[in-house]
Design a protein around this ligand. Structure first.
Ligand code: TYC
Length: 102
């Protein structure tokens, strides 16, 4: 700038902002009534896990109380939660599925 003309301009952001969408953890919770095989089926059907992976994750939830079963964008997470809750309700099991921002 010339004399008397201080640089009043804003700092230019040079780093390109490639904003990633926030991610959401989808979790399932343990309960005393939902059959183990039903939880395994849910994990296979809605989260694409193999039978062995699903069985292992189900046991983790059974022992620890809850576990993250996947991480997704908001819309996908919301859909997974709705699908699991609807499927459980239709089979009259109290299985709970929730989501939380990572
Ligand atoms: N605790 C259940 C039982 O003993 C099994 C179970 C596992 C239920 C995981 C829910 O998210 C769950 N039948």
């Amino acid at each position: 700038p010339k004399d008397g003309e201080g640089d009043l301009g804003v700092a230019l952001e040079t780093r390109p902002k490639t904003k990633r969408p926030p991610l959401y953890k989808v979790m399932i919770l343990n309960d005393d009534y939902t059959p183990m095989e039903f939880v395994v089926m849910v994990l296979e059907r809605f989260f694409g896990l193999s039978h062995a992976q699903a069985f292992e994750l189900m046991l983790t939830v059974h022992k620890k109380g809850l576990a993250v079963v996947g991480v997704f964008s908001y819309e996908i997470a919301e859909t997974k939660v709705a699908q699991v809750m609807d499927f459980a309700q239709r089979h009259q099991h109290p299985l709970q599925c929730t989501m939380e921002r990572e």
